[in-house]
Design a binder for this molecule. Structure first.
Ligand code: FES
Length: 156
């Protein structure tokens, strides 16, 4: 059966190259599933609230020590987060962190939002590998900077 699908002479069947790509993709998926929780994979593959916000009430951009950048935008309704979005040029886990964090903050007061710690985000993602803990730190510190920026702009 394998011999029947090897080679690229049969129209509509997999070529050697197609088969190699499919096997590589399968290996990558298996490696990802071994490393990351289902929640991290879901958030990284289908992120919520991805993109810059037009005319946010506040935002922050922070570059992590890894060199990656996280942007977080907030639209407020009084002291509550009405909408939050993010953008990152970072790794898959940073996308998952931005996605989950922006979902978590919606409807929260600024005080509640400010109290979110990286551990809370990691728990909400059902864990992160040790080497990606800093991705959660980056997302949370970006959110906190956005709140600091709002407070600074609204000091009386
Ligand atoms: Fe830089 Fe994840 S944010 S490696």
């Amino acid at each position: 059966m394998l011999a029947g699908i090897m080679g690229n002479e049969v129209e509509g069947e997999m070529t050697d190259f197609d088969r190699m790509v499919a096997e590589l993709q399968l290996q990558i998926i298996q490696q990802e599933e071994a490393l990351y929780s289902a929640r991290v994979l879901e958030e990284a593959r289908r992120p919520r609230n991805l993109g810059r916000m037009v005319e946010p009430d506040t935002y922050a951009v922070v570059r992590g020590w890894c060199g990656d950048t996280m942007e977080i935008y907030l639209r407020l309704n009084g002291q509550r987060v009405q909408e939050a979005t993010f953008l990152t040029d970072g790794c898959g886990p940073s996308v998952a962190c931005g996605s989950r964090l922006t979902v978590m903050t919606q409807g929260m007061t600024l005080e509640e939002t400010e109290a979110i710690r990286a551990e809370d985000l990691i728990a909400a993602l059902d864990g992160l590998p040790e080497e990606h803990i800093h991705c959660a730190d980056l997302a949370v510190s970006t959110l906190q900077n956005a709140i600091v920026n709002w407070c600074a702009a609204h000091k009386t």
